[in-house]
Design a binder for this molecule. Structure first.
Ligand code: XMP
Ligand code: MG
Length: 179
């Protein structure tokens, strides 16, 4: 299936404003603490990088990354989640914040929570830029949320369709092209 970009769902300035609010919320909650921000590759890269800069210096922030695969070539969740790259650091006793681009079926996040909880962090929370609640198959907690969006496949600001359009500063919906 080929896609083309359709229309803007969330503009660059809306993302910037929301990221700064979430950054303040995170700063308040973790003030004086150490926080491991765990970015889920590759989709959360832009979000993590902007969000981290919105967290103030009174939080002792470090980064780690994980890569999981929940999709094959299609845009539908296969339900199969596999760790492609694990964390570099031990999170036992640490305050951990998972930073995700989007929660769709919830299968990826549910799996991540299970795996990371098993490592006994002091706390484990979730920050997701986008939430598509209509698509949920399993209930998952989202502590910090950017935007609730309708059931559309979206790209931009880190999100891709077949590897394309991650670099766009806004979030766009895509539509399949008939050929
Ligand atoms: P689940 O279904 O496990 O999916 O909650 C989470 C992961 O699926 C990818 N995903 C998307 N990627 N546009 C994308 O570029 C989308 O609309 C979309 N919906 C789900 C994404 O990698 C997310 O981490
Ligand atoms: Mg992702």
């Amino acid at each position: 299936m080929r896609y083309e970009i359709d229309s803007i769902l969330v503009r660059e300035d809306q993302i910037r404003d929301r990221v700064s609010v979430i950054g303040r919320d995170i700063s308040e909650l973790y003030r004086g603490k150490s926080l491991v921000m765990v970015g889920i590759l590759k989709g959360a890269v832009m979000f993590l990088s902007d969000l981290a800069r919105a967290v103030d210096k009174d939080v002792d922030v470090s980064f780690d990354f994980m890569s999981v695969s929940s999709y094959g070539k299609s845009t539908e969740s296969s339900g199969v989640v596999r760790i492609v790259k694990d964390l570099d650091s031990d999170i036992r006793g640490k305050d951990v914040l998972i930073v995700e681009d989007i929660v769709d079926s919830g299968l990826t996040l549910s799996y991540l929570l299970q795996v990371l909880n098993h490592r006994e962090p002091a706390s484990l929370s979730v920050c997701a830029l986008l939430d598509k609640p209509e698509r949920r198959k399993v209930q998952v907690p989202i502590n910090f949320r950017g935007f609730v969006i309708p059931d559309a496949f979206v790209v931009g600001y880190g999100l891709d369709a077949g590897g394309r359009w991650r670099h766009l500063p806004s979030i766009w919906s895509v539509r399949p092209v008939q050929d």
